[in-house]
Design a protein around this ligand. Structure first.
Ligand code: ADP
Ligand code: MG
Length: 393
């Protein structure tokens, strides 16, 4: 997605006031009625309508008149709200080049006043799915009203909380700097994703470090769930940094064993193929650790001492709640279903999503319906009044 931050410069206070009003209205409306936006924004002389036109021109809001005249935020509009908040907080002052396009995120460089460069991850849950939804109207009729902005905010909150906790426990992860809405600011990791690395001086050492990290994570009560060559960064000194945490689960998750084995398997496969490593004769743990291994050396989930760390429980108390986790898991299940509904719109396979908290067998079309139905609550007038009260706070 193009992020033309120059537009930010031309947006006035009133523009942001109306954009914020749309955001507030979206708490209980998928499409926010124009009158409600006007009531929340309280601009004089019908100013809201003029501003909405300007926001629409810059694609910060989307107009929908299918049921009534209203607007919703676009991801770009949400980006601008997050960026403005973080700039106001003094976290950074400029946005630079795009660093990466993830499955459901965009990563940019951002610069602080003093020239320090950081990384900004904008979560975009459902981005790929929007396309699929459009092309499969019949299949997905009335089922696409997931609140993706809200879910992206949850994903960002989770990623930030996990990154911070992992860093505090000595894991090699980016430093978590700040988080607002669907946006996480972290330190810039030098180097490249492992998938781009063709040669290593010490593939054995790098391999042991990576597998060691998976084991240590589990000992701390966590499983990455998308631990592969795309989410491991390597710098020129072959230092390993892991990234991308919104899909992590606790070792007490019902599918924990499967996720752990899959993370381990991904690493074994990649190193065997890319660096011609052979695991057949691996009889001992070369790193001297005490974790049980199978006949070709893979660590066994059942043998890991999961009582030594309580990071999963600590995190449950970090502001990212169990309910948030459940909602995110449902959304990821929904994404997987969409992949199957319109696979031609995905440049990845559902299996490689790493988002499989709910296995496909567990999900049915009925679930899909149920999830989206539950978003329709709360359109009462009382809530509108609450929105109006809030904007001046
Ligand atoms: P997704 O969840 O969409 O896969 P990732 O967090 O894996 O997003 O990021 C996508 C890509 O962006 C990564 O593969 C990497 O190239 C780049 N990237 C992400 N975080 C950083 C960072 N902190 N520093 C440098 N590059 C990063
Ligand atoms: Mg990734």
């Amino acid at each position: 997605m193009k992020l033309d931050v120059n537009v930010l410069r031309y947006l006035s206070k009133d523009d942001f006031r109306v954009l914020t009003a749309v955001e507030m209205g979206m708490r209980n409306h998928e499409i926010v009625p124009c009158e409600l936006i006007d009531r929340i924004a309280r601009l004089k002389h019908g100013g809201t309508y003029k501003v909405l036109k300007n926001l629409l021109k810059h694609k910060l809001v989307h107009h929908d008149s299918s049921k009534y005249d209203g607007f919703r935020l676009t991801y770009l509009g949400y980006d601008f709200l997050a960026i403005k908040t973080l700039v106001n907080r003094g976290i950074f002052s400029g946005v630079g080049r795009q660093l990466g396009v993830g499955k459901e995120s965009d990563i940019f460089e951002v610069v602080k006043e003093d020239g320090t460069v950081l990384a900004m991850k904008l979560h975009r849950l459902g981005r790929v799915s929007f396309r699929a939804v459009k092309s499969k109207r019949d299949y997905l009729r009335h089922r696409s009203n997931y609140n993706w902005l809200y879910l992206s905010r949850l994903a960002a909150l989770k990623e930030f909380a996990f990154m911070k906790a992992l860093e505090e426990h000595g894991f090699s992860v980016p430093q978590a700097v700040d988080c607002n809405r669907h946006c996480v600011i972290m330190s810039l990791v030098p180097g490249y994703p492992l998938v781009q690395v063709k040669e290593l001086q010490n593939p054995d050492v790098v391999f042991e470090t990576i597998i060691g990290a998976v084991i240590r994570l589990a000992e701390h009560g966590l499983i990455h769930c998308d631990f592969n060559e795309f989410n491991i960064m390597i710098d020129d000194d072959e230092k390993v940094t892991m990234i991308d945490f919104p899909q992590m689960v606790s070792v007490s998750h019902p599918n924990a064993q499967m996720y752990f084995d899959r993370d381990v398997e991904c690493i074994y496969k990649f190193f065997a193929k890319r660096f011609n490593m052979s695991f057949e004769e691996n009889e001992n743990n070369s790193d001297g650790s005490e974790v049980e291994i199978d006949e070709i050396g893979r660590p066994q989930f059942s043998e890991i001492n999961k009582n030594s760390g309580f990071l999963d429980k600590e995190l449950a108390a970090s502001g990212f709640t169990r309910k948030d986790q459940a909602e995110l898991e449902k959304a990821w299940g929904f994404l997987i279903l969409l992949c199957h509904a319109a696979p031609q719109h995905y440049f990845f396979q559902p299996e490689s999503l790493g988002l499989g908290h709910l296995s496909l067998k567990e999900l049915t079309e009925g679930d899909l319906e149920k999830h989206s139905d539950s978003d329709d609550e709360g359109t009462g007038d009382d809530e509108d009044e609450e929105d109006e009260a809030d904007i001046n706070n």
